[in-house]
Design a protein around this ligand. Sequence first.
Ligand code: ADP
Ligand code: GLC
Length: 493
Amino acid sequence: MMDDLNALLKAHGLSEMPKVLLAAAECAPLSKTGGLADVVGALPKALKKLGVDARVITPYHRCIKEKYFEKTEHVVDFRIWLGWRNAYVGIERLDVDGVTVYLVDNEDYFGRDIYLGGNMEGEQYSYFTRAVLEALPKLDFQPDVIHCNDWHTAMLPMLAHTQYRGGIQDRVKYLLTIHNIAFQGRFDFGFVQDMFNVDPCYYTPEFIELHGCADYLKAGCVFADRINTVSPSYASEIKTPYYAEGLEGILNARHAVLTGILNGIDRDFFNPETDPNLRQNYGVSDYAAGKAACKRWLQKSMGLEVREDVPLFCMVTRMTEQKGFDLVACVLDDMMCREDMQLMLLGTGDERFEKFMAAAENRYPGKLCSYIGYKEELSHQVYAAGDFFLMPSRFEPCGLSQMIAMRYGTVPIVRETGGLQDTVIPYNRFHEEGDGFSFANFDAWEMRDAMRLAMACYKDKEIMDGLIGRAMRKNFGFEKSAAEYARHYIWML
Ligand code: ADP
Ligand code: GLC
């Protein structure tokens, strides 16, 4: 891998690896609401191993301040204009497992939740964007590439190239990673002008206008030097109207610089052999006893019937339409009444799904349980205890949960879309291949059939051993993705 990268460096006439600053709204383990944080946490660590000086810039959210305040070091502070607002910017530095993280401090914007929703969220991340641009010349680090992630940081290249011409902000290259095209940051143009004083000549369909709004993600797609998304399948899907949410035009126009790079997971953090949250640790050679102990413990502590012989399906998920919770809602009663199975859900999200689960739990005591909330330790315990991991997403840019589940020997059942299709090989009984189950259409009966097939296999120890072994041995480490990102950074210089 290193040899390839060195050869590429040479071919581009470069003497050293690019320096990269990742800008993102969340970064694990400091702040996290989903997979974006996992990626922003794991990628720079893996890049460092390849010799890329990768650092992160992210908001100093309240949850970070509460835990890491003592460990931060003040770098600089200054004030910026955000429309008529004159706001404080503090830059603090924190070392996280050898990676330098710059934290943008402002109590008004980051003293509450990570995402404030609506126009408030627009203002939060417009402030962050302006703060990053103004901080660049003041940092003790001059990146060659700024790696933007999702709409929250997608305005960086446009502002850099239109408002900082000739400055270091303009000379840097920009990679935009789309983790989820469903969120684009769409606002009234008046609002965006108020935030950034954008020249109205850019409020056209060639630039940032979409469906009568100014669209931050579209601006990123227009102005970034390269664009990628988080799996090859999703990179194809977002060129079609069904998945692209209105961005198919610009993504097709820029297809030559659009690629899919599959995410990985942090194999040290998600490791059943050493995970301190588990009742009993285990590896691929002794998973049976370890997983059984974890299953017993979870069943007992969550009020499920303690039984080894019943298949335990689990979900760890944001409860939104993306994750296909409506399919589960369709067949839940049918399955709970007919099948000898258990379901454990850890999740939070849309109120209607949360209420549905709470009511269903009362109908099937001992068979069904949910924990509505966000809890990292419990998620590890669920990944370890389950027999099957259900992820019937309507769309899935990559999905990390299915990879984590496989690492913990929990066999995934997924819909064949985006990254789920790229990471799970469906079970083939003729060739004894595969590490999970899948179904093609977004259809509750198809999902139920896949679950039934899984339950039939559960009765056969040899089949399950094969599935679990193949799932656990699969290497979803970040090394491959990091090398691919390094290649992209080099191509841009
Ligand atoms: P997405 O980012 O779309 O939510 P991913 O599968 O990429 O989906 O990543 C989800 C990440 O968030 C995983 O690390 C998963 O374990 C974690 N997660 C999701 N919901 C919860 C929850 N309720 N409690 C703890 N962790 C959760
Ligand atoms: C988004 C996507 C998810 C992906 C994650 C990290 O939240 O919904 O599929 O794994 O970003 O890239």
